[in-house]
Ligand binder design. Structure first.
Ligand SMILES: [Zn+2]
Length: 88
């Protein structure tokens, strides 16, 4: 009984959290600002993550491709993005 409860509890809890987000909306939080117009937002309740881009008004689910693009050394690595620099 104990193991059965453990097996169904996690997916059940996730389902309830997703349902809460569907009804009440996601609890958005900025987790990473890549540059002034782009950020990664996440919802602590359901665990979802999205990419937000102001210039194109884009809001799409965060996926592995975004992760790779903004990873250290990646093509859009914030550390090498000139838009962050104030020494111009
Ligand atoms: Zn959510």
């Amino acid at each position: 009984m104990q193991t059965l409860l453990a097996a169904v509890w996690a997916p059940l809890e996730r389902g309830v959290r997703r349902l809460a987000c569907m009804v009440a909306g996601h609890d958005y939080r900025v987790v990473r600002a890549m540059n002034p117009g782009s950020r990664k937002v996440a919802c602590d309740r359901c665990g979802g993550a999205w990419a937000m881009h102001d210039p194109t008004r884009t809001f799409v689910p965060w996926d592995d491709e975004f992760e790779a693009m903004y990873a250290p050394g990646g093509p859009l690595d914030p550390a090498t993005d000139p838009r962050w620099r104030n020494d111009a």
